[in-house]
Design a protein around this ligand. Sequence first.
Ligand SMILES: CC(=O)SCCNC(=O)CCNC(=O)[C@H](O)C(C)(C)COP(=O)(O)OP(=O)(O)OC[C@H]1O[C@@H](n2cnc3c(N)ncnc32)[C@H](O)[C@@H]1OP(=O)(O)O
Length: 413
Amino acid sequence: MSIELRKVGDADIPDWVRSLNVGFLRPPEVSKEEIEFRRGNYFPDRTQGAYDDGRWVATFRSFPQELTVVGGARVPADAVTSVTVSPTHRRRGLLSRMMADDLRAAKERGDALATLIAAEYPIYGRYGFGPAAWTTEWHIDVARAALDPRHAGPDDGGRVDFADATEVQELGPALHERFRAGQPGAIDLPDVWWQVQTGAVPLPHVPANQRFHAVYRSASGAIEGLVTYRTTDVWEHMLPQNTLTVDRLAVTTPAAERALWRFVCSIDWVLHIRTGLRAPDDLLPHHLGDPRAARIVQHSDYLWIRPLDIPRLLEARTYPAAGSLVLEVRDEAELAGGRYLLEAGPDGATCTRTDRSADLTLDVGAFASLYLGDESAVRLAALGRVDEKRPGALATAGLLLHTARRPWCPDSF
Ligand SMILES: CC(=O)SCCNC(=O)CCNC(=O)[C@H](O)C(C)(C)COP(=O)(O)OP(=O)(O)OC[C@H]1O[C@@H](n2cnc3c(N)ncnc32)[C@H](O)[C@@H]1OP(=O)(O)O
């Protein structure tokens, strides 16, 4: 029997989820809660797989998402996730076929780009994705952090309080709306995301019932930050040996950031902290009395994007200076390629197709790495991934596109 690529019907969900779990090296059992969760969060036209002789052997789904771009605007994204091909069926082109189908539909729908978190670096470049936001995790040696516990509390009239799961479900979404407005690379989080993270919807791979939550309130009572963490419970020779792992720390003000890091660094019995995945230029080390107490333990690409509509993307973001550029973007899949004139300034930008000669030529994946300001055109030129056709164009691209703070996507999907 030949392998059939098809969309997933309601009755297929349990077997499709089982195949997804096997592909991600998770136990093949599927709980009732997980099936209900998948059922409630599933877009039938955008959930597909490969079916061979009565079994699902590949899975792939996408869903609507909003991505915050430089300046705070949100663009509609096609979020790709749950990508697996069974070890019995790998390297026969199944992923390539499912991806082509999904990207074509996203383009027809009018999405500005597709997004994903890449499990492994070499998989998605061939489809026009490029790394757009990186991530870094630190280990903090608490004894060396040199934070005086007497000054561990907020120093600005604000306060830190624990919050239970219900409070987090209530206050988390509004805080996240304010957070993502100021964070290029951030995505929207559906209400169910808060239920999963707080254990209201139990999923086997989310350790929600081990989590503590604490919020920062400013002197005026506004919620400006939320930290979620877990700790071990390890003692040796009557001495605590615990590691605290930050699952998520998101803030809307510098005061909240300072207060929440000081809070997690001053919890008794904790010797080590894993910060979770932060922005690569996160200020965390500088909040410590001794920045060397924070050692990088992970540093990697994280959010990948696949541009689908270059004029819309370039018009959506902001620019710190005035300038113009002609970009020739190559795209083998013919979804976003062309020659575009960007005329940008602090008051806005236009981007249109043009016949003028190109200032810079690049593949769509290189454009992806430039778009949120994470990568610089000069660096990509040194790697042979951007070609300067007019002297000075790399410097103009740097001035227009690069940003003072790096983009960051704190959330996996
Ligand atoms: C957004 C997410 O969900 S990320 C999660 C991705 N999933 C996983 O990592 C789970 C484990 N891996 C898998 O399930 C599969 O190996 C997949 C999904 C990564 C690839 O599926 P396949 O059907 O084997 O890919 P397909 O046959 O279409 O490969 C196309 C090309 O990509 C290459 N490729 C695919 N996967 C990889 C990889 N992991 N590393 C390097 N190259 C790869 C293939 O060699 C092939 O190259 P070619 O065209 O030069 O021959």
